[in-house]
Design a protein. Structure first.
Length: 104
């Protein structure tokens, strides 16, 4: 098991100390940056809220984005399956044509 490394992250106005696998550090840092950027965006667009509101709004946004990605993945798999089935039908039709040539 790889050695975990400490990572200090700040979300909103709070700092958290985590232990993560070294290969996860870059993804964690990018995710934290994205979250903090969204907090700033929501602060700009929705003045008068408190940090808890902004973090909640980011959480809802983030979860919605993840669901969209999951839905897109499902549609992609379904499309690939349909294309594969269509390819099989075409292959079968071509094989039958090749095996039974039309006579003049």
């Amino acid at each position: 098991m790889p050695e975990l490394i400490p990572a200090n992250i700040t979300i909103g106005d709070r700092t958290y100390r985590l232990k993560i696998e070294p290969e996860d550090e870059e993804v964690l840092r990018k995710t934290v940056k994205m979250i903090n950027d969204k907090i700033i965006e929501f602060k700009r667009d929705f003045a008068g809220k408190d940090m808890q509101d902004f973090i909640s709004m980011v959480l809802i946004w983030f979860a919605t984005e993840q669901n969209k990605y999951g839905t897109d993945k499902i549609v992609l798999k379904e499309t690939a399956a349909k294309l594969s089935a269509l390819e099989d039908i075409i292959d079968k039709a071509l094989a039958e044509t090749h095996d039974d040539p039309v006579q003049d």
